[in-house]
Design a protein around this ligand. Structure first.
Ligand code: CAA
Ligand code: NAD
Length: 387
């Protein structure tokens, strides 16, 4: 088995710099690669800030940990002495395929390429690189140092050794908020576990946001509808935090792979075109120039139906079971808690699933969004045997 010592983290953005930080904290030598020095500088500033904060708390010695990271603008030379690449570049298949091939063309014959794609097929990313058996997925959650979950994904051609090494590296990366939860993803299907579970909420979200926009309802009132859930971030804050571009590209991918019903709504498309991408550009649904926004939730829009949300998530969770992505609905609930700090749908919803099915059928009839039609596993209640 390959002993992983040096990791190239490709992309110094939101995810890349978080991955690089936990990798140097774990003791790996890291080369962080991006296409422009300004992106590297921004990523390094974030890593320095995080590591120095931990030194202030007496948890590590900053100079020692930071001594393990170098940077580069040239992937081909950076991979020459590397054992693994963890890729966190923009969510586009053409770019991911290209950097995967550059890795395999220039890296040593044992190098492993793990993509942090949010949605895309690991098999397809590796198909033209010449060594698909050394390609896997390693899907982190934002912010990487604080969110416990990492999904490790097996493409159709991923070798057992590559999968095992990816699992071992994932387990070795520290998390600042409790123990890592590593979720093995048995089949590479769009969105893997947590993102796929929540993806069709996008269909509902586009519908509700476009409705709020048409009615001139401010985003904070729409977010106020969700305050009752006591989730760590309200939905429009979270969309900004993740990045409107990531959600937009994700939705297009789901259109291509799952259903036209995922088509990005008017609001998201407008924001994407105007480059109001959220935290990374300083403006999204909210203004981020003064840091994370704290919307006033005293007035509610009254548009959101939580039973529909629960039903949509349970239905999608059942699809994950049907497709063989996971074998147990408990894994889905646990991965969601570790990846988003919010409960999954099954524990709360399983005892009243028949009522939820009825609600979902009514919503499909109202909107024509047939992707949301309850699947067999949900309708028949067979999921109850897959705890
Ligand atoms: N290094 C070191 N310390 C860090 C750090 C870093 N990089 N980042 C934060 N910290 C420290 C902070 O300084 C703070 O320390 P103190 O308590 O000593 O001040 C501590 O960690 C907590 O930080 P915050 O105050 O920022 O944390 P919070 O309590 O406000 O919680 C949160 C932040 C965990 C992100 C919480 O808001 C949350 O769970 N939000 C939901 C996030 C979520 O859902 N993420 C998943 C998005 S989906 C995804 O990622 C998948 C995809 O493919 C799109
Ligand atoms: P980002 O825009 O913050 O960072 C991407 C970085 O990749 C940029 O700095 C960009 O310059 C760089 N890049 C682009 N092409 C490159 C290339 N050819 N070589 C080297 N660097 C290149 O994006 P992000 O939010 O960090 O997302 C990165 C990946 O992680 C995407 O696949 C995204 O879907 C996934 N992801 C994002 C989140 C999230 O919450 N933002 C969570 C999980 C996974």
């Amino acid at each position: 088995m390959v002993d992983i010592k040096t990791i190239v983290v490709l992309g110094a953005g939101l995810m890349g710099n978080g991955i690089a930080q936990v990798a140097i904290m774990a003791g790996y030598n890291v080369v962080m690669v991006d296409v422009k020095q300004e992106f590297i500088d921004k990523g390094m500033a974030s890593i320095n800030k995080g590591v120095n904060r931990l030194e202030e708390k007496g948890l590590l010695t900053a100079a020692e940990v930071l001594g393990r990271i170098k940077t580069s603008l040239d992937l081909a030379s950076a991979v020459k002495d590397a054992d693994m690449v963890i890729e966190a570049v923009v969510e586009r298949m053409d770019v991911k395929k290209q950097v995967c091939k550059t890795t395999m063309d220039n890296g040593p014959s044992h190098i492993i390429y793990a993509s942090n794609t949010s949605t895309m097929d690991i098999t397809e990313i590796g198909e033209d690189c010449g060594a698909p058996e050394r390609v896997s997925g390693m899907h982190f959650f934002n912010p990487v140092p604080l969110m416990r979950c990492i999904e490790v994904i097996r493409g159709d051609k991923t070798s057992d050794e590559t999968f095992q090494i990816t699992m071992d590296v994932a387990k070795s990366l520290p998390c600042l908020r409790g123990e890592r939860y590593i979720a093995p993803v048995l089949k590479s299907r769009p969105g893997f576990i947590v993102n796929r579970l929540n993806a069709p909420l996008g269909i509902y979200g586009h519908y509700i946001r476009d409705l709020a926009y048409e009615k001139g309802i401010p985003w904070e009132q729409l977010d106020a509808d969700y305050a009752i859930l006591k989730a760590p971030m309200l939905p429009c804050v979270l969309s900004d935090y993740v990045g409107i571009d990531t959600s937009y590209y994700g939705a297009l991918y789901y259109v291509e792979k799952l259903s036209p019903d995922f088509k990005p709504g008017k609001v998201i498309t407008m924001m994407f075109n105007e480059k109001k991408l959220g935290r990374k550009t300083g403006q999204g649904f909210y203004d981020w120039s003064e840091g994370r926004p704290t919307p006033d939730t005293s007035i509610k829009a009254g548009l959101v139906d939580f039973d529909i949300i629960a039903a949509i998530r349970m239905n999608e969770g059942c699809r994950l079971l049907e497709e063989g992505v996971v074998k147990s609905y408990n894994v889905i609930d646990e991965a969601n808690m570790a990846g988003m700090n919010t409960p999954g749908p099954f524990e709360r919803g399983k005892d009243r699933y028949k009522e939820l099915i009825k609600k979902l059928e009514e919503f499909v009839a109202l909107t024509g969004k047939t992707y949301l039609t309850p699947c067999e596993m949900f309708k028949t209640g067979k999921f109850l045997e897959m705890a």
